[in-house]
Write a protein that binds this ligand. Sequence first.
Ligand SMILES: Cc1cc2nc3c(=O)[nH]c(=O)nc-3n(C[C@H](O)[C@H](O)[C@H](O)COP(=O)(O)OP(=O)(O)OC[C@H]3O[C@@H](n4cnc5c(N)ncnc54)[C@H](O)[C@@H]3O)c2cc1C
Length: 509
Amino acid sequence: MSTASVEALVDGLQAIVGPAHVSTTPPDRVAYARDLWPRSQLDRLAGEPPRLPTAIAWPADTAQVAEVVALCRATRTPIVPFGAGSGVCGGTLPVRRGLVLDLKRLRRVRRLAAEDGVIEVEAGHNGERLERWLAHRGLTLGHFPSSILCSTVGGWVAARSAGQCSSRYGKIEDMVVDLEVVTGDGQVRRTPRVDAGGFDWNGVFVGSEGTLGVITSATLKVHPEPRARAFRGWQVPDIQAGLTVMRRAMQAGLRPAVLRLYDPLDTLMVGSDGDKKAGGGPLHTLKQGLLGQGSGGGALRWILSHPRLGNGAVNLLPAPCLLVTVSEGEPGEARATDDALAAFAREVGAKDLGEGPGRAWLAHRYDVSYKQSGIYRKGAFVDTFEVATTWDKVAALYAAVREAAGRHVLVMAHFSHAYPGGCSIYFTFAGAAPDASAMRDRYDAAWQAGLDTALGAGAAIAHHHGVGLSRRSHMGPAHGDARRWFDALKATLDPDGIMNPGKVFGEAP
Ligand SMILES: Cc1cc2nc3c(=O)[nH]c(=O)nc-3n(C[C@H](O)[C@H](O)[C@H](O)COP(=O)(O)OP(=O)(O)OC[C@H]3O[C@@H](n4cnc5c(N)ncnc54)[C@H](O)[C@@H]3O)c2cc1C
């Protein structure tokens, strides 16, 4: 953009949102040139400068968002909607520069209809604050992503998020009743209620990652807060036995809040009692390193630079795995669910570890996610890769991704977000290489292998982290002809292509 065009854009933005709510300062532009995608962190380490947005604006309400979108449409300025920037797929990176539209000032609760079990809340509302607000009223949304402290309602809807208790409350798409969206043509639109009959139009925007419009508010389902919880840990003989317990429980109609099965390496990381106590030897070094603890990094780098050896050693670990369960609801329901789970667990020969692992999980539920910078400081990288598939394919998909990605990185996984039809696998990839550029190559190779394998197995290439830039290469094959439907929607709702260009499907073919 020429200097004159930038000045005209900034003048226009200031007239809409007020001068205090527009910035073109270098610190703000640098801060808004990122989200938590590890690949862009590796770019920085390799010395590649980020692409900065032209400006950042903080609108106060839907009317201002609509005016900003109209201005950007008139000036052909790309818009990147921004919730809290906790996305891990590059969804908020301003690849075509333009305007980053931070929605955090849209944070009002517009309506609570507790009797109907719905709340309408604006898109920029922080997740944890919303849960606290509801808890004061004896309610819960039941949506607890690990990033709840640093993510927004709009980001959840846009990136198709899942909370830790999705087996009981569903993913965000199961919670949406209707949405208010400012589409790329500048119109303020409200989707028909999910129960309006016929199509569910919310589905057009859930997972659209800002490519069709800016979500400004969402009406979501709420539930009474659970009055009781039952915690349990099980040592299951192996992964297959744990998956059998999860499948049978969900298919029997149980709705535990948490069913979380760790593979042998992840079991070691968590500790068989779920409290992350460290053991000894190379695995101790690995564990400390991956938890961002310990000093130095030579040993960790060595282990992670030899992934075949590392993954081979993991194959020698004892097969028994940790399965954590949390059941909640009314006291009778929580107890009954826990008892029924126990019956399924005993049938596969699981050993009861008592309440400890479940309670430890709850106490540490948001901890591990904030340990990554320690790993990067040690000259290594880590990322997570979540996919989902039907029960008949879960074990094979797990083995295939471990095999394919394990040539490049150390791989561990847990199985969570269980549903009657299947579950998600949440892989953690960790790697190292002699320099930043080689690290990036290794990272790319692991992702490519993981995505190719998931696609080849007919699995969903994402479960809850969204697509952004990291998965867009595989969206075409994953969605086939539906890509053309997206283009049609785009032509109708964002005719000038200003909404978050380059994301999800990338550019038109
Ligand atoms: C430590 C950690 C743990 C995580 N754990 C989980 C987890 O358990 N479950 C889970 O689902 N995710 C998890 N994530 C990923 C991330 O938190 C989610 O994707 C979350 O939904 C993003 O919310 P946000 O408000 O930060 O969105 P952002 O990162 O700001 O944006 C994400 C995408 O949505 C678009 N967007 C944001 N707001 C709007 C809007 N109002 N209208 C239109 N488009 C919009 C953006 O343009 C971008 O494409 C985790 C991330 C981290 C860093």
